[in-house]
Design a protein around this ligand. Structure first.
Ligand code: BGC
Length: 797
């Protein structure tokens, strides 16, 4: 294969070529000015730039340059507005180039398999089509400015616990249809120039060295021609990674990565040609993105314009979940009591590598309410953030409520409840807040709950309050956006990116998630989110795609052709507004088990009061396809498909049928052998039934009795060595005391979930792999031998 940058590569020594494949620092790639290779800078993150001018870290600990904090991905996903996603992408890139950043590390689009994943706030959706459309939009926006986006984390990374050492065990069809489709769209529709591999293993092989993912699917099937970067510290065997389709190991490991590649070539693990090929692909993006940052040197982005965009994004993403007797919007001069710590100190973004240092002081409700036209009778704190129920604060709120005609309670998840590096322990809001809402609702008839949270929560008080507005994590301008919705200056048009089940026990992965073993088995298969609830007819608090408006819409006149659907939507209410219409497709089949409906298209339409429009949603290559595991390819089953147009996943407004002549007459599954999947009895699938679906023997994820290189520090709990158990106790104590204070310790969380091999990667090679092996010996109770090997390793470097 001919190389694009043969002229450069031919001048480089083998060592230099190998060195290029690992970073120079936490954020930059190596540079070789003598060959015209500049350094390339990467920076988080998905909803705002986290570019560190000083000391770099990948956990959001050290301060970064001020940047606009846009609403997080989960929030903007609720807008269902791809143009908005593209605009945010452009704004992110406009900021990135002024900071010298060539690669924006985002968007994040892992599937919300469970509401408990600690990083759900950073991800778009429980549905791959929705996630893929939004991600492709961000990618197009970012890359329109000449730099690269980096969709992450590829792939099947839906759990934070032991995130660096988990093996996601998932059958091929589920992998393709649920966990990869979004990435496929980001690559094919967004033309992503880079992609970040995830920490975990996928079916026994680390994502960063997984030839099936990186070569066969990403390159051969999707035509990806950019570079793959490991998640920070995810590289396991760099030589194998480079051979199998990964390019860059981050952060820099001094010369550890280089040595591994050189040794690999010497031993025949990979060839120099393979290294050249990877280097060529990497150089391509480095050289292509360099001019944009050069040109932007010394320029500034428009802080005010981006703040205004952040506000518009928040406004479009707010979801009106309940509005009994149309209490909202509130009229000018309405007397309101504002309750809740969140009104004073907003919860507007999540913690971890995505943490943005906002370009303007994040807005709060208290600072903005005077300008809103509402009359605030008083403010009551209501609860102690991250504290126990507080009777005094609750009584105070109830007493103050009597003066007001409406009580606005600002509540949700606090900083320790959702965070990178840990999964939520349950789906409840803090008890102090639930009790407060309950007691206010018992004493006042007009309670409005305004939520800030990046993921689904249980709502035991739902029926007792009048209205519920959900702002998710609205970014630095989220408070004024919320007030504009409360006042009706903006008509809410957001719809949920995920289902809100009544209780966590209702979720399909309840028994399996998060896995505490070495493997994480995806036994519920394709039945994620609404695919499960709708198929089994389980009632939920709010379905996927749900959201109310201050106006109403009527759907009519469905026409279905082989190319798509068209129908009329009319705004039948008295105010202007926007509706998100969704197209779902299903088919009953005896040979392909399927959810009753799957999202295959959507559109957001703005309509003036009384106006109607005909909208068309075309079918595409994903509308009827299923992944056929026997031929290992996408196929369409011949049959009659149900086409449903809905205002959410549960509410079908129009429906019809379409006969489709497919590529196959039947699918590969047997109704008896795959009974749990045809019957959607998936919450407690037996080993045997899952093994039949998986198609091969299930790996043993159990505890072997010995700590290995790929075991994490949190598993030191089981270690034979006293020293290791002591380390576990200290880490656990530090983790718990940080949580008690309400501020998660990201360093500790990272170490807690880090495998022992990661020490070498994260210390830039100061601790070698030999020394890591010595740590394993110590952990397994061979303290003297281990310490000896550790010391010897230190001196033999
Ligand atoms: C996160 C990535 C992030 C990287 C760099 C990792 O810990 O998983 O999402 O881009 O750090 O900050």
């Amino acid at each position: 294969m001919s190389l694009k940058h043969q002229d450069i590569i031919s001048k480089m020594s083998l060592e230099e070529k190998a060195l290029m494949m690992s970073g120079k620092s936490v954020w930059q790639t190596q540079d070789f000015p003598q060959y015209g290779i500049p350094s390339m800078m990467m920076s988080d993150g998905p909803h705002g730039m986290r570019t560190q001018a000083g000391e770099g870290d990948h956990l959001g600990i050290n301060v970064s340059m001020p940047a606009t904090c846009f609403p997080t991905a989960a929030t903007v996903a609720n807008s269902w507005n791809v143009e908005l996603g593209e605009e945010i992408g452009q704004a992110l890139a406009d900021e990135a180039v002024t900071m010298g950043v060539n690669v924006v590390l985002g968007p994040g689009l892992n599937i919300k398999r469970s509401p408990l994943c600690g990083r759900n706030f950073e991800y778009f959706s429980e549905d791959p089509y929705h996630a893929g459309k939004m991600a492709a939009a961000y990618v197009r926006g970012i890359q329109s400015r000449g730099i690269s986006a980096c969709p992450k984390h590829f792939a099947v990374n839906s759990q934070e616990l032991r995130r660096m050492a988990n093996d996601s065990v998932v059958d091929e069809r589920t992998l393709r249809e649920i966990y990869l489709t979004g990435f496929e769209m980001a690559v094919k529709e967004g033309k992503a120039k880079s992609i970040m591999s995830s920490y975990n293993q996928v079916n026994g092989v680390y994502a960063n060295e997984n030839a099936h993912l990186l070569q066969e699917i990403l390159v051969d099937e999707w035509g990806f021609d950019g570079f793959v970067v490991s998640d920070w510290g995810a590289s396991n065997d760099h030589a194998l990674g480079v051979k199998n389709g990964s390019h860059l190991e981050m952060p820099g490991t001094c010369k550890t990565g280089m040595k591994e590649i050189l040794k690999g070539i010497e031993k025949g693990k990979l060839t120099e040609e393979e290294l050249d090929q990877r280097l060529d692909e990497l150089l391509d993006v480095i050289l292509e993105t360099h001019p944009a940052t050069e040109k932007a040197k010394g320029t500034h982005y428009d802080v005010e314009a981006h703040h205004a965009l952040a506000r518009r994004a928040a406004e479009e993403s707010i979801v009106l979940l309940q509005n009994k007797d149309n209490l909202l919007p509130l009229q000018d001069g309405t007397k309101v009591l504002v309750v809740g710590d969140f009104a004073k100190t907003p919860r507007y973004q999540g913690a971890g590598s995505s943490l943005v240092n906002p370009s303007k002081t994040p807005e709060s409700i208290l600072d903005n309410i005077q300008k809103s036209g509402l009359i605030m009778t008083d403010f009551a704190q209501g609860y102690v953030r991250n504290g126990k129920p507080n009777r005094k604060l609750m009584d105070e709120a109830v007493a103050k409520a009597q003066e007001a005609s409406v009580v606005l309670v600002f509540a949700g998840l606090d900083e320790v409840s959702e965070c990178e590096g840990m999964d939520r322990a349950h789906m409840m809001m803090p008890q102090a807040q639930n009790e407060l809402i309950q007691v206010l609702a018992a004493n006042h008839k007009n309670v409005v709950v305004v939520l800030s949270a990046g993921s689904a929560v249980e709502m035991p008080w739902k029926n007792d309050v009048r209205a519920i507005l959900h702002g998710y994590l609205g970014g630095q301008a989220g408070a004024s956006a919320m007030l504009r919705v409360i006042r009706g200056k903006v008509n809410p048009s957001g719809k949920l990116n995920e289902t809100y089940p009544y209780a966590y026990q209702d979720t399909p992965a309840y028994v399996y998630y998060p896995s505490r073993e070495r493997t994480s088995e995806f036994r519920e298969s394709i039945y994620v989110g609404y695919r499960y609830y709708e198929s089994v007819g389980k009632a939920v608090n709010f379905p996927f795609g749900y959201g109310l408006s201050y106006t109403s819409f009527a759907y009519d006149n469905l026409k279905i052709t082989k190319d798509g659907v068209s129908f009329i939507i009319k705004n039948t209410g008295r105010v202007d507004g926007a509706e998100v219409a969704q197209v779902y497709v299903g088919m009953e089949s005896d040979t392909v088990f399927r959810p009753v409906k799957e999202l295959k298209g959507f559109t957001k339409v703005f309509l003036k009061s009384g106006e109607e429009k005909e909208v068309t949603i075309p079918f595409d290559d994903k509308t009827f396809r299923f992944f056929d595991v026997t031929s290992n390819s996408w196929q369409i089953e011949t049959g009659t498909y149900q086409i449903m147009v809905g205002s959410d996943a549960h509410t079908v407004c129009l429906s019809g049928e379409l006969k489709v002549k497919g590529t196959v007459k039947k699918g590969p599954y047997d109704k008896v052998a795959h009974a749990p999947y045809f019957e959607v009895d998936v919450t407690n699938v037996s080993d045997g039934d899952f093994e039949v679906l998986y198609g091969k023997k299930l790996p043993d994820g159990g505890w072997s009795g010995e700590i290995g290189l790929n075991d994490t520090f949190c598993q030191f709990y089981y270690a034979k060595g006293m020293l290791a158990r002591l380390i576990y106790k200290v880490l656990k104590w530090k983790k718990d005391s940080a949580e008690k204070k309400g501020i998660p310790d990201l360093n500790i969380l990272f170490v807690f979930n880090m495998p022992i091999r990661g020490i070498s990667r994260m210390t830039g090679g100061t601790i070698t792999m030999e020394m890591c092996e010595a740590v394993v010996e110590i952990a397994n109770g061979h303290a003297l031998k281990g310490i000896g090997h550790f010391v010897a390793g230190f001196f033999c470097k």
